[in-house]
Ligand binder design. Structure first.
Ligand SMILES: [Zn+2]
Ligand SMILES: [Zn+2]
Length: 363
């Protein structure tokens, strides 16, 4: 009898891999090989990331300030890419289409999403690079793809558009819209980092008379001036409050936007606001802050807080694609995605490196 020939069966398909930036606890990260994310739900999409960037929030994570991010997590919540795979339930996109990844994932159906509070989505919110793997990788799985991705023209400028994943909607929604900037207003923005500068650029859509930027970094103040600030103040000597009063005829500002996230800067905002004015907080605060009701109780002042919902992303997209808004002006450095660890080094030393936004490209 001839021996039966048994065809060798491949028991396991070779798993597709990719490279990604992986968090390994405070101060530790590495660019390493990981399995490519598969589709998990039929509302998912897999995006091949072509452009991404590093956020101040990523630096907080690396310091260990964000306990929801655990060892092994791929970081990043901002990106532009190409649709590689679509779950069966994703009907509004096509494979190969270019998309913007929103930093906020939204199911569009839960009670918070129905109130346009996507940041509080019961099945999403800020999860990318936080509780699920993120976008500083060659591929990313995006849940609720139909309502968390935005279609982009194939020929559009990715460096400009990746700024719409997070910083532009954040500066606009939490700063400009919550602060209710109106034509002719005097506006003060405390903090000239990427978020403060995004608020500066989007505030100009409402034609305020004055936009005063306060920071302690001369390079950032110079950037603010070139981006449309009417005045800049270096508060290294702590004299900003007097200078703002002098610049506003002793009144203070109609809108004060806090874009730092420290107790001292929030307290400064309270001394800058005019009667009837608004203090719009954007900063992420880790410590308690004193609210000076002993001076503000009679001043008809409004204080607002918000986490970005990215509800204005479609509107900002139109403003960028038409050339009305130019977020690319915030890009100071560019690196290949594989050099992401060096890029973190530059972004973490922003003052020394004169860094604003650091773009990573994988093309
Ligand atoms: Zn971000
Ligand atoms: Zn929802």
């Amino acid at each position: 009898m001839r021996p039966q020939i048994i065809e060798k069966q491949k028991l396991t398909k070779p798993q597709k891999t990719m490279r990604a930036l992986v968090y390994h606890g405070p101060g530790k990260m590495s660019w390493e090989e990981k399995p490519r994310p598969p589709l998990q739900d039929d509302t998912d999409a897999i995006v091949r990331i072509t452009t991404t960037t590093i956020c101040g929030t990523d630096l907080h994570i690396l310091k260990g300030d964000v306990p929801t991010v655990t060892d092994g997590r791929i970081l990043g919540h901002e990106g532009v890419g190409v649709l590689e795979e679509l779950g069966a339930g994703v009907k509004t996109f096509k494979k190969g289409e270019k998309v913007l990844v929103s930093c906020i994932t939204s199911c569009a159906k839960c009670d918070f999403c129905r109130k346009s509070m996507y940041s509080h989505c019961r099945h999403g919110g800020w999860i990318l690079g936080n509780t699920i793997d993120g976008t500083q990788a060659e591929y990313a799985r995006i849940p609720h793809a139909e309502t968390s991705l935005y279609s982009l023209p194939a020929a559009s400028d990715e460096e400009a558009l990746v700024m719409l994943s997070d910083i532009f909607p954040t500066g606009f929604e939490c700063g400009v819209l919550k602060g209710a900037v109106r034509p002719g207003d005097s506006v003060v923005i405390v903090g000239a980092g990427p978020i403060g500068l995004a608020a500066l650029l989007t505030a100009q859509l409402y034609a305020p008379a004055q936009i005063i930027l306060i920071d302690q970094d001369e390079h950032r103040l110079a950037a603010a001036k070139s981006l449309g600030a009417t005045e800049t103040i270096n508060n290294a000597d702590g004299t900003a409050a007097g200078k703002v009063l002098a610049l506003t005829g002793g009144m203070g500002a109609d809108v004060v936007i806090e874009a730092v996230g420290l107790a001292a800067t929030f307290e400064l905002c309270q001394s800058l606001v005019a009667a009837g004015g608004h203090i719009a907080n954007i900063g992420v605060h880790g410590k308690a802050v004193t609210l000076h009701l002993e001076t503000l109780w009679s001043q008809s002042v409004t204080v607002t807080t918000r986490l970005v919902d990215t509800v204005t992303t479609p509107m900002l997209l139109k403003a960028v694609l038409s050339g009305r808004l130019e977020p690319k002006k915030l890009v100071s450095h560019r690196f290949p995605l594989a050099d992401v660890v060096s890029a973190y080094g530059v972004f973490a030393n922003a003052a020394k490196e004169k860094a604003l936004k650091v773009v990573l490209f994988a093309r």
